[in-house]
Design a protein around this ligand. Structure first.
Ligand SMILES: [Zn+2]
Length: 462
């Protein structure tokens, strides 16, 4: 066995629903140390992939890291199956969406990928779209991550099924976790005799239409379910640095409700206040929504196959959402780099949006009302000096950080790539460059540029 492979036990296969409704099975195995980090999960792509690997739940499996980064399952250790056949279980893909219960369909005829067709209100898809619209390549709002997205769209995620695992917030004992002494097990939990689960909440958002109309007041009474951790406490005498030492050592299986966007006052009679993060999130939405260039707005709409490069091509031809609304498939395929399938998807999205009752229609109307995608940005006129060029940057530059250099290359029509291949046109070399990229450039005879030379190329006078 190579150093980069480890053996472990496959415990289960989780199925998650992504932003576009595609189901992805993920292997969950006992944690192993690989290339410097502990890993316990690896993507298994789809049912066919799992069949081909021939892994069963309970198998000893070999895992490694592809390119030293992405954990992958290599296959089962067949010898370990002998005598354990009864303990192994074959994985079967669900027929209903694990998030909303809708019957799954195939993404395309003859394709193995399954999707949940409930695009509008499947909680997993909606939460995915909300955190995606806040991502760096869309509206770029740090405070609106996965957790905030779930709180806005699916606050009852992780709701306990009975009071047996529900810890009311009045219980001081569990405020910051169940405390145990080293080596001790937590006591078994007995709920108060008349304890009842709080009524389920109605989500604040049922689509992305009202994201720019959110107010602090609306968010006050949004609660999320939070797993209560087990905390090991060492007294000052027991810890090496002679201080009381608290460390989370696991989940208790119990859940409590906490405010998602407001503080929880410690004293009775005190009013909860919006957290700093909440105020910043609302401020950023108000500011960055109307400021965003059209390509970012298109990325934020989660139209299938419309990622940043495609969105940039479209936004260069159509300057506002309004212009794009009346575009035909022919208009779009006339753009160099836009194929028929992408064009059809864009037109289909905007056709559905013409129905004012469709969530896409509501989104378009509300976003335009908030000034999103309505004004022409100067950005639309950036000269395309890097058009058709694939550029790899290595090392630290003086004038750009990692995101800025990628943004600059792409806004000038180029493609920013992370690894050198024969398709690379230039390698831009900063301070402390990566060895692999330099040797790659030499191997393929690719010209290297320093930062000044790159800026010249950018300005069209290379
Ligand atoms: Zn669903």
């Amino acid at each position: 066995m190579s150093m980069k492979e480890k053996e472990t036990i496959l415990r289960q296969v989780d199925v998650s629903v992504g932003r576009t409704g595609v189901l992805t099975p993920t292997a969950v195995f006992d944690p192993v140390l690989l290339a410097g980090t502990t890993v316990s999960r690896a993507i298994l792509h789809n049912e066919d992939f799992i069949r081909q690997l021939d892994v069963r739940i309970g198998d000893t499996i070999k895992v490694s890291k592809a390119g030293d980064i992405i954990p992958e399952v290599l296959g089962p250790v067949l010898a370990d199956r002998v005598g354990r056949e009864d303990e192994l279980r074959e994985f079967v893909m669900p027929t209903k969406c694990p998030s909303c219960g809708t019957t799954l369909i195939h993404a395309k005829e003859g394709e193995v990928d399954l999707v949940c067709p409930n695009v509008e209100s499947c909680p997993a898809q909606l939460a995915g779209r909300i955190s995606h619209l806040a991502s760096r390549q869309a509206f770029d709002i740090d405070q609106l991550g996965d957790r905030a997205a779930i709180a806005l769209t699916n606050p009852e995620d992780q709701r306990p099924t009975s009071v047996e695992t529900y810890v009311p917030s009045t219980s001081k004992l569990y405020r910051s976790g169940i405390e145990v002494r080293p080596g001790q097990m937590p006591p078994s939990y007995i709920p108060e005799h008349d304890l009842q689960l709080p009524p389920p909440q109605t989500p604040i958002l049922t689509s992305e239409a009202n994201i720019f109309a959110l107010t602090a007041e609306q968010l006050k009474d949004v609660y999320v379910w939070y797993p209560v951790p087990i905390v090991e406490v060492r007294t000052a005498e027991e810890s090496p640095n002679k201080k009381v030492h608290r460390k989370i050592i696991g989940d208790s299986g119990l859940f409590k409700r906490v405010r998602a966007f407001y503080t929880s006052p410690a004293k009775l009679g005190e009013e909860p206040e919006p957290t700093k993060n909440t105020l910043l999130m609302l401020e950023e939405l108000k500011k960055k929504g109307p400021q965003a260039e059209l390509w970012r707005v298109l990325v934020a709409l989660s139209i299938r196959y419309v990622g940043p490069p495609t969105a940039r091509l479209v936004a260069r031809r159509f300057k506002t959402l309004e212009e794009l609304e009346s575009a035909t498939v022919e208009d779009l395929t006339a753009i160099n780099g836009i194929g028929i399938e992408v064009a059809r998807n864009i037109v289909s999205w905007f056709t559905k949006a013409q129905d004012p009752n469709d969530f896409r229609g509501q989104t378009l109307r509300m976003w335009k009302m908030a000034g999103v995608g309505t004004s022409v940005h100067e950005d639309a006129n950036i000269p395309q000096t890097l058009e058709g060029l694939t550029i790899v940057v290595t090392g630290t530059l003086e004038n750009y950080n990692r995101d800025q250099i990628q943004e600059t290359i792409e806004s000038h029509g180029g493609k920013a790539s992370s690894s050198v291949s024969k398709k690379t046109n230039y390698v831009v070399v900063g301070a402390n460059p990566g060895n692999a990229k330099i040797t790659g450039a030499q191997k393929y005879g690719i010209p290297t540029l320093n930062e000044d030379e790159f800026i010249k190329l950018l300005n069209g006078n290379a």
